[in-house]
Every structure is written in structure tokens, then in C-alpha cells.
Design a protein around this ligand. Structure first.
Ligand code: HPA
Ligand code: ZN
Length: 336
């Protein structure tokens, strides 16, 4: 089996995916029409033309603007269901999805509208595709910590459906320590913590996410590779990295996929995973990310098998399910 055929067939989990970042241009325009929202784009090509970014902030400006078409529960349902049906075709069997409630409540959309639409689609995804899921609520780091506490209060009413908390949006100038108290309260309330760190921000932010927020995974973590001590720490503590190659390329965190640190992470014994981040905006879903990085770094079949297994090892599922998923990866790859 060649590497691309293996990627197509192997079961995998996606652990770094912003549901609002799956909004395809076609759906953006259809929802703008359905909800009478005015956008500066008339055609699918106009929207695609706006997807040219020089950095994270360039993307975030378009991302927050685009999501203004998401208004009703049905919109969040349609968005989530469309994502699940796409990744079902990519052999994704488990997803851990981020959502950004503050980006919706700030413009008058109720927390429950967002939450219920996503959760009903996740239930349908289990029923129709057998995809299991976890939902992770992200705090927006460019907003004050008090706003994050308001989102946490809302999440506390939905502990049965919201599994974890994350930290996303503009990174530089917003170190993790600014969110220590809200993360401490979230952990006390039983939410599992993760955070974006080292996407654009320095390795100190990776350290801050580990020490100040006590995260269980680092989202991105690219800048960790600036510091051998941090590479050794991530390997020793087995803190997974949810890496997103096409996102890093499109936001110019790297100039060339061949420079991506994924292979170095694997060689160091870090639990690295491959994910799509915001697939509509960055030009590819999960298998596109696997294929692009496999080509750029000349990954072997064994590397792909390791990455698929890592995706389940790093998932928030119990050990029995991890073992079952690893066995399924072995079965597909012909090792068992
Ligand atoms: N980085 C930070 N925040 C985000 C991203 C990202 O790639 N996508 C959506 N919010
Ligand atoms: Zn992200």
C-alpha cells in the first residue's frame, strides 16, 4: 500500500478543529442569504479571494466576520453535520471539536443556540456515521479574563456535553498566565484543559500553558522546537501536540512544509498528531493535511501508522477505547 492509500483508509481521530473554521464559502453565502446578513462577498470566488493571509490575525479578522452568518440553532447544526459527513469519508472515527461561544454571544446569539445546534449534530454524527466526539469550549485570549469567566459560567450548565476548555485567538501579547484563574476554576469544575501555544507566540507560552494552565495537550506547539529543553520535556511528560501543517503554511508560521517540525517531534518521541484547524480557510481537511505533510517530510507508512495511533493515544477517551482503535489501525495497515 502506498502512503496516500494508507492515509485514505486508516482510522484516525481529529483533535484540533474549530467548528466555525469549517464554514465553506458556499455555506457562508447560503446562510447569509437565509439569515439576511450582508457580507462584503457576492460570489464563492470573492470569498475564496479573501482567504489570503500573512499571519494569524489576518485570518482571524476574516474568520470572525465570516461567522456572522451563523445565527440560528439550525445553522450550527448544518455546519457541524456537514463537517462530520466530510470527515467520515476521511475515515475519522472520533473528533474533539472546539467552539468559540464568545464570538457568538458578543453579537447577540445565545450560548444555548450555539451549544444545542452543535450537540444535536454530534448526536446525529454518532447515529449516522458512528463518529464519537468530545466538545471543547475555547476562551478568546484577546478578550479580558472576566469575559472568559462568563463563558465558563454558561459551560457549567452543560457539563454533560462540554468536556474541556481551550484557549485560542490572537496569541502574541496574550500569554497563558492571563488566564490562570479562569483555567483553575475550569479545572475545579471538572473541565479538561488544553490551550493553543507556540503557534506564533514564543516557547515561553508553551511553558506557560503547561505550568500556569496545567494543560493536558498543546494545540500547535511549533515554537517548542526552538528549545531543546522543551522538546525533552514534552517527550518526557508525554504531553501531546495537535499539529496543523496546512494552517501553519497558510498563516506563514513556516515558509515551506519541508520545514515543519512534525517529523522532529516524532523522532523525539513526542505524541504528535495531524489535524486541520480551520479546513475551509486553510485549503484542506484532515487527509489533505496528512498527505501534504507526508509528501513534504517523506513520511513512511510506519510514520502514518504512528500518527494515526497517536491521534487516539492523545484523545480524551478511555484506555480500552484507545487499545481498540490501535488494533483497528493495525488491522487496516496489515500488521495484524
Ligand atoms: N489559532 C488561534 N485561534 C484560532 C485558530 C487558530 O488557528 N483558529 C480559530 N481560532
Ligand atoms: Zn486552532
Amino acid at each position: 500500500m502506498n502512503v496516500d492509500a494508507l492515509i485514505d483508509k486508516v482510522p484516525k481521530a481529529e483533535l484540533h478543529l474549530h467548528i466555525e473554521g469549517t464554514l465553506e464559502p458556499e455555506m457562508m453565502l447560503a446562510l447569509a442569504n437565509r439569515n439576511s446578513v450582508t457580507l462584503p462577498y457576492k460570489t464563492v470566488q470573492d470569498v475564496k479571494d479573501a482567504f489570503a493571509f500573512d499571519c494569524l490575525q489576518d485570518f482571524l479578522d476574516v474568520y470572525y466576520h465570516g461567522m456572522s452568518v451563523l445565527v440560528n440553532e439550525q445553522d450550527f447544526y448544518d455546519l457541524t453535520y456537514a463537517y462530520l459527513s466530510k470527515v467520515h469519508a476521511d475515515c475519522v472515527t472520533h473528533v474533539e471539536i472546539f467552539f468559540d461561544p464568545q464570538a457568538h454571544t458578543d453579537r447577540g446569539v445565545a450560548f444555548e443556540t450555539v451549544h444545542d445546534g452543535i450537540c444535536h449534530a454530534l448526536e446525529a454524527g454518532l447515529r449516522d456515521f458512528g463518529i464519537t466526539s468530545r466538545l471543547i469550549m475555547c476562551f478568546l485570549r484577546h478578550l479580558p479574563e472576566e469575559h472568559a469567566f462568563e463563558a465558563l459560567n454558561c459551560a457549567c450548565k452543560h457539563k454533560e456535553t462540554i468536556y474541556g476548555v481551550g484557549l485560542d485567538s490572537s496569541e502574541k501579547g496574550y500569554p497563558p498566565a492571563g488566564f490562570s484563574r479562569v483555567f483553575a476554576e475550569a479545572r475545579k469544575q471538572g473541565f479538561v484543559p488544553v490551550a493553543h501555544a507556540g503557534e506564533e507566540g514564543p516557547v515561553e507560552y508553551v511553558e506557560g500553558a503547561l505550568d500556569d494552565l496545567q494543560v493536558k495537550r498543546i494545540d500547535h506547539g511549533n515554537r517548542a522546537f526552538d528549545d531543546p529543553k522543551m522538546i525533552a520535556r514534552l517527550a518526557k511528560e508525554q504531553t501531546p501536540l495537535t499539529m496543523c501543517p496546512l494552517s501553519n503554511l497558510r498563516l506563514k508560521g513556516i515558509t515551506d512544509l519541508e520545514l515543519h517540525p512534525l517529523k522532529r517531534a516524532l523522532e523525539a518521541g513526542i505524541v504528535a498528531t495531524v489535524n486541520s484547524d480551520d479546513p475551509s480557510y486553510f485549503g484542506g481537511y484532515i487527509n489533505d493535511n496528512y498527505k501534504a505533510i507526508a509528501k513534504a517530510l517523506a513520511l513512511s507508512e510506519e510514520d502514518i501508522i504512528q500518527l494515526a495511533k497517536n491521534s487516539f493515544s492523545a484523545a480524551f477517551i478511555d484506555d480500552k477505547l484507545k487499545q481498540k482503535a490501535h488494533d483497528q489501525v493495525d488491522a487496516i495497515s496489515g500488521l495484524k
